[in-house]
Design a protein around this ligand. Structure first.
Ligand code: SF4
Length: 447
């Protein structure tokens, strides 16, 4: 558990020498407790205190990267049980499992699917983050070859080496060590060998045991063997087990400060039925998994899981917003229609997407409504006739277009009269209520 400022103060030299840049040891202790100072700034703190403070200031769930480069996924680092308490920080990585006994063509096809899985939603690029290569062939040479091929065809994906055979795992780790693969997994039987490989090659290691007691014993053993970047597999398979085990692990780490379970969690959610698998994956994403491994990927499933993950990992206290400005869509000119909406990201991306679909070059005025959607912003007094008129005047759009017509969302048709009063010389047109009617609306005007 984190120490309070007073507890930290008791471990400091208490000389008030100011070498740390703070006027007193107590002020320094308070700053340390809030994470606003670095212990190394005090040159006189004892080694014993350093050790105690270092342990106490370590995050309750260890944080490290899965993979390398700009597509690496940060695992762990969460600080709350419930998203509304603060926010969840590091979105769960989605991985697909590929068996090494597939033909080369099939391996290439599946790795390429992962490489091409990226899609954009609400301005964020989302993708399948990792590939788990399963040792199913029983041949170390075949495994290494498959791992190399998959890594080559999916250059940005993180690699999970799903192999309990230490000799085969070591050869594969050596082949892709530069990608910092996650080694899955250490068990009670192979812990020494797997820990040796992970330590030698500097890669994270998954601890796998049935039940939390066995799992915490195993992580203690791995740490004693010098492995610190650990991922937890409690053996949970059913949705009930995933919810129960993941929740107990998160609670133990955050509420009890129980270090042996203070690590990111991996869940394998393989199901014969894709819908069942997507459902189990959604539960794992919502309930604390840091990595969810799927048996296959399909576009509909990707979109559903990306959406669940994205929604959970946004800050509940800060609506997603886009910049207030006039956006040009499909190369508009001075005669192009001008529409207006609010700066809630989802609204912007849906409306701009439908304008794009219409193929009618247009201008979209996006007004700052503190990230609220059209109706909510109107109800909150942030999307009123006076504010819209001011925004249009300040935007400079009058110098860019040859007409004076503003198309407002159908949901706020009630504003049209007041807007015509406030925007002298402008014609206010009421647009569709729903974004999906925009293409027909714009094409109808253009013809
Ligand atoms: S440097 Fe250390 S001893 Fe000096 S005031 Fe800061 S905390 Fe106290």
């Amino acid at each position: 558990m984190a120490l309070t400022g007073v507890q930290i103060f008791k471990l400091l030299p208490k000389t008030n020498c100011k070498k740390c840049g703070f006027p007193t040891c107590l002020a320094f202790a308070m700053a340390l407790a809030q994470g606003k100072a670095d212990l190394s700034k005090c040159p006189d703190v004892s080694e014993e205190s350093k050790k105690m403070l270092g342990e106490a200031s370590a995050p309750p769930i260890r944080t490290f990267d899965l993979g390398t480069g700009d597509k690496a996924v940060k695992l762990g680092g969460e600080t709350v049980l419930f998203r509304h308490d603060k926010k969840f920080f590091n979105p769960c990585a989605l991985a697909v499992n590929i068996k090494d006994n597939l033909s080369d063509d099939e391996l290439v096809k599946k790795a390429t699917e992962v490489s091409q899985s990226e899609m954009e939603r609400v301005g964020q690029k989302l993708r399948i983050d990792a590939i788990s290569v399963e040792y199913a062939s029983g041949s170390s040479a075949q495994y290494e070859k498959a791992v190399r091929l998959v890594a080559e065809k999916a250059p940005a994906a993180a690699i999970i080496l799903n192999c309990k055979d230490a000799a085969a795992a070591e050869a594969a780790v050596k082949a892709v060590a530069v990608r910092k693969p996650l080694l899955y997994c250490a068990t009670n039987e192979n812990a020494e060998a797997m820990a040796g490989i992970a330590k030698t090659h500097g890669v994270p290691l998954c601890a796998s045991a049935q039940g939390l007691e066995a799992l915490s014993s195993l992580t203690e053993k791995l740490q004693a063997l010098g492995v610190n970047d650990i991922v937890l597999d409690s053996g949970a398979k059913s949705v009930k087990e995933i919810v129960e085990n993941n929740t107990q692990i998160r609670r133990a780490a955050l509420k009890k400060g129980f270090k042996p379970l203070g690590f990111p969690i991996i869940n394998f959610v393989f199901r014969d039925d894709s819908i069942q698998e997507a459902s189990a994956a959604s539960v794992a994403i919502a309930k604390y998994a840091s990595i969810v491994v799927l048996s296959g990927i399909e576009k509909w499933k990707n979109l559903a899981l990306f959406t669940v993950r994205q929604n959970l990992y946004t800050d509940p206290q800060v609506p997603m917003q886009v910049e207030q400005k006039i956006y040009g869509i499909s190369e508009p000119d001075a005669n192009s229609p001008l529409m207006i909406t609010t700066n809630f990201s989802l609204t912007y991306f849906i409306v701009s997407g439908e304008i794009e679909n219409s193929k009618v070059p247009s201008l979209l005025a996006v007004m700052d409504s503190e990230g609220l959607s059209v109706l909510t912003a109107w109800a909150a007094g942030k999307f009123t006739a006076a504010k819209i008129a001011q925004f249009i005047k300040d935007s400079g759009i009058e110098g860019r277009i040859s007409h004076r017509e503003l198309i407002i969302p159908g949901q706020v048709a009630i504003l049209s009269g007041a807007l015509e009063d406030k925007l002298e010389g402008w014609k206010i047109t009421v647009g569709p209520r729903e974004a999906n009617a925009i293409p027909t609306f714009l094409r109808g005007r253009a013809s």
